[in-house]
Design a protein around this ligand. Structure first.
Ligand SMILES: [Ca+2]
Ligand SMILES: [Ca+2]
Length: 106
C-alpha cells in the first residue's frame, strides 16, 4: 500500500494514489504533474522523466511534450507485475488508458 506521501517528491499534487500498484486502474486519476524531470529517456538532451521507488514498487513518469504533465506512466510493483499507461486527451479533458501490462520475465 502506497501512501500519498510516498509520491510527494514527484510533485503528484493534483491527485491522490493511495493504493498504487500494477493492477490498479487509473480511471479516477487526472493529469499528473511530474515536477522537475531528472532523466532524459529519449536521448534528446532534455530531461523528460522522473522515477520514484515507493513502498510497493517503482513508478516511471514521462512528460514527452514538456508541458509539465506526464503522458506516460509505468508502474512496476514488487510482485514483478507492471502496467503502462498513456494519457489521452478527449472532450472531457483526458483520461489514462492502459497500453501495456504483464509480468516481467514471463
Ligand atoms: Ca528527453
Ligand atoms: Ca506532457
Amino acid at each position: 500500500m502506497i501512501e500519498s506521501d510516498d509520491l510527494s517528491t514527484l510533485g503528484w499534487t493534483r491527485f491522490d494514489l493511495p493504493d498504487l500498484d500494477a493492477d490498479r486502474p487509473l480511471d479516477d486519476v487526472g493529469p499528473i504533474d511530474i515536477g522537475e524531470p531528472t532523466i532524459d529517456l529519449d536521448g534528446d538532451a532534455v530531461a523528460d522523466t522522473v522515477t520514484e521507488a515507493t513502498t510497493t514498487g517503482l513508478v516511471v513518469a514521462t512528460d514527452s511534450d514538456r508541458d509539465g504533465l506526464a503522458e506516460h506512466v509505468t508502474i512496476i510493483d514488487r510482485t514483478g507485475e507492471y502496467a503502462g499507461w498513456q494519457y489521452r486527451h478527449d472532450e472531457c479533458g483526458g483520461r489514462w488508458e492502459r497500453t501495456a501490462g504483464g509480468t516481467i520475465g514471463s
